[in-house]
Design a protein around this ligand. Sequence first.
Ligand code: EPZ
Length: 421
Amino acid sequence: MIVMGKFVVEKSGPLKGEVVVDGAKNSALPVLAATILTGEECVIENVPFLKDVEIMLKLLDLLGAESEFIADEKKVIINCGKIENISLPYELVKKIRASFLIAGPLLSRFGCVKIQMPGGCQIGVRPVDLHLKGFSLLGADIKQEHGSIEINSNVLKGDNIYLDFPSVGATENIIMAAVLAKGETNISNCSVEPEIVDLVNFLSKMGAKIEGAGTDTIKIIGVSKLSGVKHKIISDRIEAGTYMIGAAATKGDLLIKNVVCEHLRPVTAKLKDMNVNVEERGSEIRVYSFGDLINTDIKTLPFPGFPTDMQAPFMSLMAITKGTAIINETIFENRFMHVGELNRMGADIKVESKSAIVKGVDKLTGTQVKATDLRAGAALIISALAAEGETEISDIYHIERGYCNIEDKLRKVGAKIRKIE
Ligand code: EPZ
């Protein structure tokens, strides 16, 4: 049941203090799906306690996995030894796109998968054609009808796979379908996101033979068995970047802990362009700004380009920064839903096809707004912290999909934010 909660956010003085970042949602989800590839127990640490993770674990439990999420230790103990290949209820599958990431592992494990087409979402159609292209090149036979996909293969054989677009999910799914296939698979033009590297590190520990993670070509030599292992999820670079932008937007001074600075380079670079101070300190990063900011253009690109998931939060900062700047969203076709909500707060933003022209205004004013997806929701919180008066943000279940305890973490550094059911 979706909890139709709201956040009430008042103009908050400079955010000051420390924020501890959790494990990466977009790494935990593929890693949990990958536990299907072994019949032995896996222990996954630094797992963020999020709705999306809960749903992934529910899907795995429905397949017959035995899992335990020890929330206060941020640890998942899971054993997929007894899973069966049943088809999962659409009601649950449609809740998270990442549910499609169980296709590759199930195909590897059982040689067949019957799964619902994941729906689109607010930010785009979200096709899975590249995932399916990879599976069929590995020898699988694919049938699509009435919204569900049946993938069958007697034996998966390695092949050369070119991805027309460096899709994160397709790269992950194809790797998980290839690790137990016969022979060698080469995936070219694949995603180089840090979450791919984390998944490959997990699979390699399990005994997979994979080279090239983090580059645009990954080579996989199929093996016959994978073992259960312990793995710690990398820090969430999108959560960290969101708090970096919050510090800048409130002219605050935040020390953000448990980060990987090199994963944050694109956000750091653009904040520095805007005259924000960013100091990298090992696994911590200090962001502070006292002087006037200057607007700068951003263009979203696959890693190491500026992340599309940072586009909405960054727009909130640009909306209150002197000067006019352009955002070019090249990854998703419909990721500007937050523009309407920001303009209702007094922002001056125009959308022209895949670009948004942001004209900085002196101030925004609080009003009632709606979160349309998880990053747009985070953007509205940032705007509300800087806006005059009070802002009421509804549909916050979007936000809670991707941010652990965001209101507690913000309150600890001086934000006036409370949740009302
Ligand atoms: C992952 O989604 C992330 N989700 C997204 O984060 C993130 O925005 C996205 O990568 C891009 O970085 C998870 O990791 C769970 P893609 P994914 O496949 O894998 C097109 C968030 O906010 N495409 O790289 O679905 C697609 O339409 C979420 O945490 C195809 O055309 O992204 C899109 O335009 C939102 N065919 C582009 O590629 C395919 O078969 C990027 O999609 C697959 C994708």
